[in-house]
Write a protein that binds this ligand. Structure first.
Ligand code: NAP
Length: 304
């Protein structure tokens, strides 16, 4: 049955894949975004509204008549006036608006292994929001992805970008810490199926294979035909190098917290894999494209 669905960030990364699937099922989709005037890949199929985090009444008005809200909104790191604290508060405003507007169900995209006592604000903030959503009194599904791979991805794309161009690639520390990447389309499938249910649900969105970071870099190097020598350097030195690269490409390439998160084995699940596509297979299908251009977080979210 066709429903009215709201999603944050339909023109962004994971939101675009979820929206594609929702539209294919015949739903009417609206989006909340910080860029309502951005080029809309769905044309008049998706109407865009501003987030209105500072005007909850307008947010409630936008959400009136919505059956399910898919929330992808979050920030990757604190930058300028954009902080994790602000992202947590904005998301709370969104959840409360959904409740007041009479939304039936919230599908919330979180992260694997969120932890309320985590020293990492990304994982701590996500845990806080999961608890808030669970206490809200609405039907919910919490989807916990690891690194998401797809054409619009930043991390894997930018590793490929470096491996295509430089003779040396620096791995922070041993490179033995693990990741379980999930394909963006698989994530969308999991999220939309979860949206159709009515029971409360928490599910990891993780791919079929766990890679050590070193294995992941080797797979990407092979797929792009790179010859870079992999060297191991102290994490803080890797961070310094990424800052220098950031000056060249005009971006925040990697943050201290991201290096810590990566090395803490938080991007894996101890449950069964829920995604199907293997990163290796996808890399070989996209070898002509992955890493040919640098993908900038600042350009995407701060500079326009
Ligand atoms: N990408 C990954 O590998 C990954 C891994 C694990 C978990 N996740 C989680 O998956 C969800 C979606 O991630 P994504 O990579 O697909 O995100 P995205 O599409 O880049 O952004 C999702 C939404 O957040 C908004 N947003 C992002 N950064 C912002 C900023 N600095 N200031 C204001 N608004 C901002 C976007 O606004 P606009 O609509 O204006 O673009 C969009 O509505 C997030 O909750 C993230 O924590 C992602």
């Amino acid at each position: 049955m066709s429903k009215v669905i709201a999603i944050t960030g339909a023109f962004g990364y994971s939101g675009k894949y979820i929206t594609t699937r929702l539209l294919a099922q015949g739903h009417k989709v609206i989006t909340l975004t910080g860029h309502p005037d951005r080029e809309n890949p769905f044309g008049d199929q998706v109407q865009a509204y501003p987030f209105h985090f500072d005007d909850p009444d307008k947010l409630i008005e936008t959400l009136h008549g919505v059956d399910t809200l898919y929330n992808t909104y979050w920030v990757r790191f604190s930058h300028g006036g954009t902080t994790f604290e602000k992202a947590v508060n904005n998301t709370r405003t969104l959840f409360n608006a959904a409740k007041q507007a009479g939304v039936r169900r919230v599908v919330h995209v979180s992260i694997t292994n969120p932890e309320i006592d985590s020293p990492l604000p990304y994982f701590q903030g996500k845990a806080q929001l999961e608890a808030d959503l669970q206490a809200l009194g609405l039907s919910y599904a919490i989807i916990r992805p690891t690194v998401i791979f797809g054409k619009e991805d930043i991390l894997i794309n930018n590793i490929a970008y470096l491996l295509r161009r430089f003779p040396i690639f620096a791995i922070p520390g041993s490179g033995d810490y693990r990741l379980q990447p999930i394909f963006a389309k698989d994530l969308a499938d999991i999220a939309v199926k979860a949206g159709e249910r009515s029971d409360d649900l928490v599910i990891d969105a993780v791919g079929p294979k766990i890679y050590t970071f070193k294995e992941l870099v080797k797979e990407i190097r092979e797929a792009v035909g790179g010859r870079a020598l992999l060297i191991h350097i102290p994490p803080l030195l890797a961070l310094t190098m990424s800052r220098l690269l950031g000056l060249v490409v005009g971006d925040v390439v990697l943050t201290h917290n991201e290096v810590r998160g990566l090395m803490a084995n938080l991007l894996i699940s101890d449950g069964v894999p829920t995604g199907q596509k293997e990163l290796k297979e996808w890399l070989h299908e996209n070898t002509d494209e992955v890493g040919t251009r640098y993908a900038s977080e600042l350009k995407r979210h701060y500079l326009n």
